[in-house]
Write a protein that binds this ligand. Structure first.
Ligand code: BMA
Length: 322
């Protein structure tokens, strides 16, 4: 039976935690949707920070316990002219994955032409190396698996399709894709579709899949739209086959996390919990024990960062056969 995740009663990071090391970062509006990675005995985060011009900045942070953070006075946002002939408006919602012996990330990037995914490497958590767009499809959420299968890297994405006239394109499918070079991707299979009328009508991948003996545990976000009357962002989980992740073994019927606390319901965008980073100890082969405790970092109301905790077994228990 699905259990909801235990959440910390207050935000673990809010705008007052952002150091004012450059003028635009004095008194920022918000910090939310961080990417996260376990490295040694620390969690390394890449925070999405919005200044008062509603420009996005990416700042690193570290924590040992998930509560006390050192936010580094470094802005890793790429320059607006990174891609020849195109203007980058915002780079946001980075998902960090340890792959090929290095931290890699996929982030959403707003261009004039729409939203794309931008690939980066973060060697030794120093300078971020931006490697380019991973295609010209409109995509907002992309996350790399932490291991190649048969030499091919894998990712989950959320293709955006046109919505109602005037609305930004959005997505109600999660796709598995494969690639050798991490830039050129080929769709493999649709692994989840939004369930109209229920908690996850629109969906997108969240933090990197976690490999366990039972399969890949993939936390995702779902949006209930209530016939366009609301957008309530929640989180649930998918279970994909370990050897063939195109095979879907399970999915949570109930959400495991939903906006309930005041700071999750009220903010820049109300009623949002947006899971973006999950950290857990893994063995040398990248396998996590189902008994392992995890930390799930999530953006709350596009304003601050919350923390949910549990054991991987809780995620597995929430999955019902599909
Ligand atoms: C999604 C993304 C997230 C954001 C969420 C709620 O579509 O754009 O960055 O947190 O909406 O506004």
């Amino acid at each position: 039976m699905a259990a909801s995740l235990r959440t910390h009663p207050t935000p673990i990071l809010s705008r007052g935690d952002i150091p004012a090391f450059q003028p635009d970062l004095a008194d920022v509006s918000s910090v939310f949707n961080p990417g996260a990675l376990r490295h040694g005995d620390e969690d390394v985060l890449l925070l999405r920070v919005q200044d008062r011009g509603r420009c996005t900045h990416l700042l690193p942070a570290r924590t040992r316990d998930g509560h006390v953070f050192r936010v580094e006075p470094r802005d890793l946002t790429p320059p607006a002219d990174l891609l020849p002939g195109r203007v980058l408006h915002h780079v946001y919602d980075p998902r960090l994955t340890w792959l090929d012996g290095c931290c890699h990330l996929l982030a959403a990037v707003d261009l004039d032409a729409g939203c794309r995914l931008l690939l980066g490497r973060w060697p030794d958590f120093g300078e971020l190396q931006w490697l380019g767009l991973t295609g010209e499809d409109d995509q907002r959420n992309g996350v790399l698996f932490p291991r190649r299968l048969a030499g091919e890297a894998l990712r989950l994405t959320r293709p955006n399709r046109p919505g109602r006239p005037g609305d930004p394109p959005s997505g109600s499918e999660i796709w598995l894709e494969r690639s050798r070079d991490l830039l050129d991707w080929t769709p493999v299979a649709c692994v989840a579709r939004g369930r109209f009328h229920y908690w996850d009508e629109l969906i997108g991948p969240g933090p990197p899949p976690v490999e366990t003996e039972a399969g890949w545990l993939c936390v995702y976000h779902g949006v209930a739209t209530h016939f366009a009357a609301a957008s309530i962002y929640q989180a649930g989980v998918l279970l994909l086959d370990r050897a063939d992740p195109a095979r879907v073994l399970g999915r949570s019927r109930l959400n495991m996390l939903e906006p309930r606390r005041l700071w999750e319901c009220v903010g820049q965008v109300g009623n949002v919990v947006f899971p973006s980073g999950l950290t857990v100890d893994v063995d040398a082969a990248g396998l996590a024990s189902l008994a392992a405790p995890f930390r799930l970092y999530y953006g709350a109301a596009d304003t601050c960062v919350g923390l949910a905790e549990g054991r991987l077994q809780d995620l597995l228990d929430a999955c019902e056969p599909v």
